[in-house]
Design a protein. Structure first.
Length: 749
């Protein structure tokens, strides 16, 4: 029995020749008709298509479908990977159009001063015709392809409108009566060559300005691509050898010199340095790296020559994951785009009908045919739906790009659009609101000096990998205490550690274990109870002086996690914006409430003693109770279900790397550094991006809603209509680019 292949692959194809929202709809329709295509999304701003298919080998068929639809299939990343080019690139056709159109417009200027600078009809014809049919050839080509497919687009409207104006002028010129035979002065007919030529030139100017703006919206991805070095210094048998990064393998040893970028992800084997990770995490300050630290490809090595061992190459690196996330977000469609798609599907046919009604209406009410035709041309020109197609993707590209620059990675456009609706943010406690590394917060010695008690406990724990053991050793290091190497160290499962330190038999573990061993805890019972009430984890150290007697208590040790710097401020910022914050913790209620107090949270906003597997259920319960947008912020493997269950999941990068990749896949937004203030910043850039989308759509619709009736009623000439249409596209792109000025400081206040 055969089984159907349900594996979905993704194919990216660049699309050349698209000009408006109608083009987007046409390409999507053509791609979706290809057998084996599950879904297709076309983005006008990136001039690309992302197609989900059941057969990864069908790219040739997809490219043929694009070509048959009248567009040019291109390399998928041609627009994004292109190097920065001159800001005047592509201006020559516009410049030629301006030079040829200027003499045609000159008589309009002369009229203001009472001068008659009208050119002879032959000169007007010679100036306007190259603009119409050479510079405007792109409109005829794309418009004809659309007409053959029984659809419409911007090019068809421009081609029809300007051709009508040019043809009318030729007709009036050739059919003008010759009065010279009757001894009357020659009278030149009023022609409209300037209208057609100027409209074509203005549309070309608008498309050129639009292309410049598009290059700016893709600057974030181009900057990320530029972080990849071309070569790496490989440590081989004969010393250092420069090899292409593509040839580096996992396990290789790579040398990175001061000031160079790390070519791949790796683990520091030799040396010590400071690393600039600002382009990846948005963190402006260099991060200290010692032996064993994880290094990320694309970050900049500081002052030290280091050797790293490669742990990830190619598409498996963090930088590749970041680029992929940003590209995915910019390629995806926001839910609000569906409205635009529905409008675009019927827009051009409706405009053609309105233009025909305008022509007939003016002509049948007693006006000349030329007057009726000019008004119909104005309708065709001003109605071009360029701005509609750019309104949403331009804002999304600018918003996700500037967010990525500051360490906020938006996985998809839906997460970006939903984030501004969030009214409740639930935080996982450990590693998100807290540092995630226990610290020794109190040491209560019994019958010995505090320094001696710390030195003994640190020596016993020096070989352990337990987080509490690390906290003790770190505390001893901070006070520069000497530690004797322990011997005969044994871990007692679920209880603690025992071993020999300088000839003394020491035991360090839980109070329950101490009680089982018969240790007298009465002298420190009050202090232990007080520390536990504050939320601390309390352990004790005792000495086994003789086998036939109970161990003697030496010290009480208290451990607690610390709030992250900025955590309390982040919660206060969200609260000031009217957003409720909730802390989900697996700790006992006393410990959770103690941490909540330090963070400024109310007791009612604390969910304690929550098992890792129950976090998702708590998020679902919050959604059911609040009936508002719920965001969940977590950093580990066990947070993935809760991240997926929330309306918006935010994965916070774990500096130790544990579980971050899993969390990133489940989350809609990834915060590349463990700063809780980025949560407020992510919600803020979402709000601003959605605001830009709405502003753009408003202006795009407003231009047409106001312009079409004005043109139909005769209040707009084709020249003014062409200028307004070009201005609509440029204004939409410019408004979206204002997002590039955003910084997390604005969102984190």
């Amino acid at each position: 029995m055969s089984t159907e292949n349900t594996t979905i692959s993704t194919i990216d194809i660049g699309i050349g020749g698209m000009t408006c929202a109608s083009c987007v709809m046409r390409v999507e329709k053509a791609l979706k008709k290809v057998p084996g295509v599950d879904n297709a999304t076309v983005n006008l701003a990136t001039e690309s298509a992302r197609i989900a298919v059941h057969d990864a080998g069908m790219e040739a068929r997809l490219r043929r479908a694009v070509r048959d639809a009248g567009y040019e299939p291109l390399a998928p990343s041609s627009a994004i990977d292109a190097e920065d080019i001159s800001p005047w690139a592509g201006f020559m056709p516009v410049g030629i159009g301006l030079a040829l159109s200027a003499p045609l417009v000159l008589p309009m200027v002369g009229d203001l001063f009472g001068k008659d600078w009208m050119l002879p009809p032959l000169w007007q014809f010679l100036l306007a015709t190259p603009v119409q049919f050479i510079l405007g050839a792109r409109f005829y080509k794309a418009g004809w392809a659309a007409a053959k497919a029984l659809t419409g687009n911007m090019d068809l409207l421009v081609a029809l409108g300007t051709t009508a104006g040019w043809a009318l002028s030729v007709w009036l010129w050739l059919t003008a009566p010759d009065h010279s035979a009757h001894g009357m002065p020659a009278m030149e007919p009023h022609l409209y060559f300037e209208g057609s030529a100027v409209v074509v030139t203005l549309v070309l100017l608008g498309k050129w300005l639009e292309a410049r703006a598009k290059r700016q919206t893709t600057s974030a991805i181009r900057a990320l691509h530029s972080l990849r070095p071309d070569t790496a210094h490989l440590m081989g048998r004969d010393g250092e050898v420069d090899v292409p990064v593509a040839e580096v393998l996992v396990g290789d040893k790579i040398v990175v010199r001061p000031g160079e970028r790390f070519p791949v992800d790796g683990t520091l084997l030799e040396g010590r340095t400071q690393v600039d990770e600002s382009m990846l995490t948005g963190e402006p300050l260099p991060v200290a790296k010692d032996v064993g630290a994880k290094l990320t490809g694309g970050s900049i090595n500081g002052e030290g020559r280091v050797v790293l061992q490669v742990r990830a190459v190619g598409v498996d690196t963090v930088l590749s994951s970041i680029i992929r996330l940003v590209e995915d977000a910019q390629a995806a469609k926001a839910p609000i785009q569906r409205l635009v798609d529905q409008v675009s599907a019927v827009f051009v046919p409706v405009v053609l009908v309105i233009a025909l009604v305008t022509l007939l209406g003016w002509y049948l009410t007693g006006h000349s045919f030329e007057t009726a035709l000019i008004h119909a041309v104005a309708v065709l020109v001003i109605a071009c739906p360029c701005a509609l197609g750019l309104a949403t993707p331009a804002a999304i590209m600018a918003g996700t790009g500037v967010a990525a620059k500051h360490g906020i990675l938006v996985k998809d456009a839906q997460a970006l659009e939903l984030a501004h609706t969030v009214k409740v943010v639930a935080f996982d406690k450990t590693g998100t609101l807290t540092v995630g590394r226990p610290r020794l917060t109190a040491l209560v010695p019994v019958d010995l000096a505090e320094a001696d008690a710390l030195a003994l406990s640190a020596a016993l724990q020096s070989g352990s990998e337990h987080p509490l053991a690390h906290a003790v050793v770190q505390a001893a290091h901070d006070k520069a205490l000497a530690m004797v190497a322990p011997t005969d160290v044994q871990a007692v499962a679920g209880r603690g550690t025992q071993g020999q330190v300088a000839g003394r038999t020491l035991l360090l573990g839980s109070l329950r274990w101490m009680a089982e061993l018969g240790v007298d805890l009465a002298p420190v019972a009050a202090q232990a109870a007080a520390l536990q009430a504050e939320g601390a984890t309390v352990s004790a150290m005792a000495e086994q002086a003789a086998e036939d007697t109970a161990p003697v208590l030496l010290a009480l040790l208290a451990f607690a996690d610390e709030p992250k710097p900025g955590a309390a401020q982040a919660l206060a910022t969200l609260k000031a914006r009217g957003i409720q914050t909730v802390m989900i913790s697996g700790d006992n209620r006393g410990a959770a409430l103690a941490m909540a107090k330090r963070l400024g949270l109310d007791a009612r906003d604390v969910l304690a003693e929550v098992l890792p597997g129950d976090k998702a259920a708590k998020v679902v319960a919050l959604k059911a109770a609040q009936r508002e947008g719920i965001a969940f912020v977590g950093d580990g493997v066990n947070d993935a279900p809760a991240l997926a269950a929330a309306d918006v999941g935010m994965a916070m990068a774990n500096p130790n790397g544990g579980g971050t990749d899993v969390a990133m896949h489940a989350a809609g937004i990834t915060l590349m550094r463990g700063d809780p203030l980025l949560v407020a910043a992510a919600l803020d850039i979402s709000r601003r991006t959605v605001a830009k989308i709405r502003q753009n759509l408003f202006w795009a619709f407003a231009y047409n809603a106001a312009g079409i009736p004005l043109a139909a009623l005769g209040f707009l000439s084709p020249v003014v209509a062409g200028a307004a249409m070009a201005l609509s596209s440029v204004s939409v792109m410019t408004n979206a680019l204002l997002l590039k000025r955003w910084t997390p400081d604005e969102g984190g206040k």
